[in-house]
Design a protein around this ligand. Sequence first.
Ligand code: OGA
Ligand code: MN
Length: 208
Amino acid sequence: MIANMRAESSDIKVISENISRLGWMDSSDLFAADLLDELFLEACDHDASRSLSMAAVGNNAVREISSIRGDSTLWLDDPRCGTASKNFLAALDVLRKQLNQSLMLGLESVEAHFAIYPAGMGYGRHRDRFRDDDARVLSMICYLNTDWPADAGGELRLYLTDGDHDIAPRIGTSVIFLSAEIEHEVLLASRTRYSIAVWFRRQEMQVR
Ligand code: OGA
Ligand code: MN
């Protein structure tokens, strides 16, 4: 086992098979529980110190369109991020290399941001690949909410060929899907919703 990442090679095989066959998968034990707890505390600290910025829609977009997208974000490589962020980025790079070996996707880098949706906010139906930047290959969302009642909303809704599939944003749950293929939406939540969004990219980062 690699520190902070629970994925054994058999898990990577399961992930790869699901991504190849269905284009998506969810997992409840990809990362160490301690690391996720620390990331949740870090997200709360960033929220309290107002370190996050309102998210924009599309690449290099300048407008804040809260009716489409209501989250605020902070990239994990920001100097204000702590040890948990650094450890998580290291675990993601291990995962990136393992995925490359099994899926041959040529993933060259990984980027990740904290995302916090205040109560009443969501993110309308969309795909993650920008028209002017096709570098995002795989999307992954890791949820950090320690207490998420069934009626709190905030599910990730995947629009799949055989119908919709909703996933509750509970800590421990991670979802991986093909950025260019899978349409998805964040349903409105009745409480603050904490997550980390990750993108595995097939070429070096361009201007953000
Ligand atoms: C995104 C996104 C889904 C989620 O950030 O692009 O779709 O469940 N997030 O937070
Ligand atoms: Mn998305």
